[in-house]
Design a binder for this molecule. Structure first.
Ligand SMILES: *Cc1c(COP(=O)(O)O)cnc(C)c1O
Length: 474
């Protein structure tokens, strides 16, 4: 399998193989990597895969995209990643039935209780393998306001050849999130609490990444959501969800996905392009409705910071959807020149583009199955309450946004699977607001606030950060 950039002019950049793009973020031309084609899965694969354990299903799907890791090694990496010990059950992503035709797929029983573990845990093992093969080291430098940073740290802790330097705004994460990250005492994990807000942390990451000589000298990398390997790992749970919601491969299923950067639902798009019988892909946003606006109108408009709302489903508080370019590339018939124009110069100049009048736009729904909706704070609180009263199930805020929007798009005879993207304990204050009580805490997290912590509090000072990284690398 070969990979191309969404912005590469025909024949300009040579396609790359999986291990070449594994450790990369953006392609050098600013685009995102995608496979040259989507491998097709037919009824014989579906029949064979239906009964496989999750790790072996992952291996089958990954094998279609990875041909430069020996198969027995790839299978071993999948089996090491997707264990009941790490993800809580043998099913890894068990399906919960709420009522006839409505399901929750649990993607949040990994180490940090959010769906990002599903991909990040595999990434940790892939990185360790590839760095050892190259004889290289990597220093992951990132900024987090919660879910991504902790998933990265739990994936990379103790891994050979990798260090993680994760900045977060000092005192602004929930006590549970702080405890989760700062209680990691592994030598290769560095928590840097920055006196400032999340934007200050992101500016530090940009400043360090823009210093090319420092970046090269200290092998600085990232693990953000545009990484192809993360997306690929997420394709697997669409298959696993489909198999659990159906008893025959003739049935179709819709998925509703709480969305921010369009990473999770983009994996659903890939699964559908491979031939998984998905009816609709329902994109659920919160008040930050960049994606809902696009699927309703064809207008993609990046929000300014004054226009980006802080909500009670914070992991979906985005100003732009960084994976969205991948879908637009497919929608426009893989016209990389046009994509480069829209996402490069076009967005830089106008902050927006409009495909509403483009003859291809209606295909987003008709050919690709995308529909969308938006949920507000009041609606997610009402949904949490309603889901508890009707089904006796407590969901957290992001999942509630998904459930709210899913209700608008249910069709009789087609199961609707809502992806559960985190567990309630991560967003406890909204649960208290909705239900008047604290959410249940999984036993392994009892008392984590009292564990010893390892965190360095620092000013938002680029020189000080660089000096810290340099010292840790000697
Ligand atoms: C990251 C995250 C999302 C959004 O996922 P995208 O891939 O950015 O669309 C939704 N819910 C939770 C809990 C998350 O951590």
């Amino acid at each position: 399998m070969q990979y191309i950039s969404t912005r590469a002019a025909q024949g300009q950049a040579a396609p790359k193989r999986f291990c070449e793009i594994l450790l990369e973020g953006l392609a050098p031309d600013g685009g995102l990597y995608l496979p040259l084609h989507y491998p097709q899965v037919g009824s014989s694969e579906l029949r064979r895969w239906r009964s496989l354990p999750y790790a072996d299903l992952a291996f089958e799907i990954l094998s279609l995209y990875v041909d430069d890791i020996p198969p027995d090694v790839l299978r071993a990496l999948c089996r090491k990643t997707y264990t009941a010990e790490v993800f809580g059950t043998d099913a890894i992503v068990p399906l919960k039935r709420l009522e006839e035709g409505l399901y929750l797929e649990a993607l949040s029983n990994g180490p940090t209780l959010a769906f990002k573990d599903m991909a990040m845990q595999l990434l940790g093992n892939l990185f360790e393998y590839e760095l050892a093969r190259r004889g290289e080291e990597l220093n992951i430098f990132g900024a987090t306001s919660g879910d991504t940073g902790s998933a990265a740290e739990y994936a990379m802790r103790g891994k050979k050849g990798v260090r993680v330097f994760m900045t977060s705004p000092d005192g602004r994460m929930s006590p549970f999130q702080q405890a989760q990250m700062f209680s990691l005492l592994d030598d290769n994990i560095h928590n840097l609490a920055i006196r400032g807000v999340f934007d200050d942390c992101q500016d530090l990451v940009k400043a360090v990444s823009n210093d090319l000589s420092f970046k090269q000298r200290y092998k600085i990398g990232t693990v953000n959501s545009i990484n192809w390997a993360r997306l690929m790992a997420q394709v697997v749970y669409y298959f696993a969800g489909y198999f659990q919601a159906t008893s025959s491969n003739k049935e179709r299923v819709s998925f509703c996905v709480p969305s921010g950067n369009f990473g999770n639902v983009c994996a659903g798009h890939v699964a559908r392009m491979m031939g998984l019988p998905i009816e609709k892909l329902v994109v659920a946003t919160n008040e930050n409705d960049v994606l809902d606006e696009f699927f309703r109108t064809g207008v993609y408009r990046v929000r300014g910071s004054a226009d980006t709302h802080e909500t009670s489903s914070p992991s979906m508080d985005i100003s732009k959807a960084s994976n969205f370019e991948r879908f637009v590339f497919d929608l426009l018939g893989r016209d990389s020149e046009r994509v480069a124009g829209l996402f490069g110069a076009g967005l830089a100049r106008d902050g927006a583009f409009d495909l509403g009048a483009d003859p291809k736009f209606p295909q987003a729904a008709q050919a690709y199955g995308f529909v969308s909706g938006k949920s507000t704070h009041a609606e997610r609180i009402a949904t949490i309450r309603d889901t508890w009263q009707r089904f006796g199930v407590v969901v957290e805020t992001h999942t509630a946004d998904g459930l709210k929007v899913a209700q608008q798009h249910r069709q009789s005879g087609t199961p609707m699977v809502v992806l559960e993207t985190a567990l309630p304990i991560k967003f406890a204050s909204s649960i208290v607001e909705a239900l008047g009580r604290e959410p249940e805490r999984p036993p392994k997290f009892a008392g984590i606030e009292d564990l010893p912590k390892r965190v360095q509090v620092m000013d938002a000072d680029v020189q000080a950060i660089k000096a810290y990284i340099a010292a840790a690398c000697t």
